[in-house]
Design a protein around this ligand. Structure first.
Ligand SMILES: Nc1ncnc2c1ncn2[C@@H]1O[C@H](COP(=O)(O)OP(=O)(O)OP(=O)(O)O)[C@@H](O)[C@H]1O
Ligand SMILES: [Mg+2]
Length: 387
């Protein structure tokens, strides 16, 4: 199988300017080593190890209660670790007094001070640090310009939209020039449209500043769009680590495959295992499954084959190949504009979801509810999951 859990930072969507691979300390800017967090009997974080490179935008992803905020709070020094250690730029966080920690955290609910202007909100932290007036003014102005909120400096938070408030909160975090910026669900208060626009803006701002950022989200699209790399967490553990592309194309478990995007899972038994292919017998299809790479495991072992909806094609005629197809009827169609999601109920009772582009639909005469239809996919479409 291909390497799915590389811990090396790899170039994501952003230019890799500050993540040069030949600089070891830059690659290990944040080091989380065997970190455990217990709250009484509850183990919120179980033995997490993770390195984040300088300038990287890293996303922690997982369902509610899996330990994302707890891990972030430990990075911020707001929560002690029960075991393990955290190093930032080579220094042990535990040994640093709170005011010396080069970290700023933007919280899950990024409450601004309601009675203060935008300007005063952003200046607040600097004032507390005793920054002189001239410098303070310049830094506040720069931070507001960065998030394009300069012209709202005199407004109060209630006179701003959700997206604007979020940008002020970000300016308030950035103005302190942290080496490490921690964002906990930074866009949870925004509706979908502002959210998507803000995601792109935020990536551009963070790129411009060059700050290292660890972001928590439970929105997989958000993590995919924004992050250079991401970690999928479940029950306090990292299940998979990689670039969005690696995790999407090569999920290492059912959990990852279903959590990042949607997928079709077929259960079966390996009946032929060669270096360049495997055959899997399944009761869910009238034929075998074929995947064009070998696996390490005994013949007869149980596996799950994951096939993404966009890899599945619909045909009116029975496919000619001896593998990777099924026959069924169309049970549901969700029209999404540029594409449609077809739910096909196979003869075996299994439902397969196919993502079909509007163009491809016209080529098969736009099938509709109740039509008999065939699903098929190529030998390279399936990913073998053994966990
Ligand atoms: N102070 C605390 N005392 C006891 N248990 C806690 C405390 N903080 C968190 N927990 C528990 O630790 C686990 C992880 O919580 P955490 O807040 O890290 O989850 P999360 O991944 O951020 O979830 P969400 O997506 O809902 O924000 C949960 O089971 C939670 O109930
Ligand atoms: Mg949380």
């Amino acid at each position: 199988m291909s390497d799915q859990s590389s811990s090396q930072p790899s170039a994501g969507a952003r230019p890799a300017g500050s993540t040069s691979a030949d600089n070891v300390s830059a690659d290990n800017f944040v080091q989380i080593v065997d970190v455990v967090k217990k709250f009484g009997e509850t183990v919120a974080v179980k033995n997490v190890s993770l390195s984040v490179a300088k300038g990287e935008l890293f996303a922690l992803l997982g369902s509610s209660g899996c330990g994302k905020s707890t891990l972030l709070r430990m990075l911020a020094g707001l929560e002690s670790v029960s075991a393990g250690k955290i190093l930032i730029d080579g220094e042990d966080l535990a040994a640093m007094p709170p005011f010396k920690r080069p970290v700023n955290m933007m919280f899950q609910s990024y409450a601004l001070f309601p009675h203060m202007t935008v300007e005063a909100n952003v200046a607040f932290g600097l004032k507390q640090e005793g920054v002189q007036k001239a410098e303070l003014k310049e830094r506040v102005n720069n931070a507001l310009d960065l998030v394009q909120m300069g012209r709202y400096a005199k407004r109060k938070p209630h006179q701003l939209s959700g997206g604007q408030q979020q940008r002020v909160a970000l300016a308030r975090s950035l103005v302190k020039r942290p080496k490490l910026l921690l964002l906990d669900e930074p866009m949870s208060a925004l509706d979908k449209q502002i959210r998507q626009r803000t995601q792109i803006e935020l990536v551009n701002i963070l790129d411009g500043v060059g700050v290292t950022c660890i972001m928590v989200t439970h929105d997989q699209e958000e993590a995919m769009t924004m992050a250079d790399r991401l970690a999928v967490m479940s029950e306090g553990e990292i299940v998979q680590l990689g670039t969005p592309h690696q995790v999407y194309e090569y999920p290492n478990s059912r959990f990852s495959a279903e959590f990042i995007g949607s997928t079709n899972l077929f259960d079966g038994r390996v009946v032929e295992d060669e270096p360049d292919h495997i055959f899997v017998e399944t009761t869910e299809l009238p034929c075998r499954l074929y995947v064009n790479h070998g696996i390490t495991g005994p013949l007869g072992m149980s596996v799950t084959i994951s096939v993404r909806p966009e890899r599945i094609a619909l045909t009116r005629k029975p496919p000619e190949g001896a593998y990777n197809w099924g026959r069924g009827t169309i049970a549901n169609i969700a029209y999404m504009g540029g594409y449609s999601l077809y739910h096909v109920e196979l003869d075996s009772g299994k439902t397969v979801v196919a993502n079909v582009s509007s163009l491809a639909l016209t080529e098969i005469d736009s099938p509709t509810w109740g039509d008999e239809i065939y699903v098929r996919w190529s030998a390279s479409a399936g990913v073998v999951l053994t966990a």
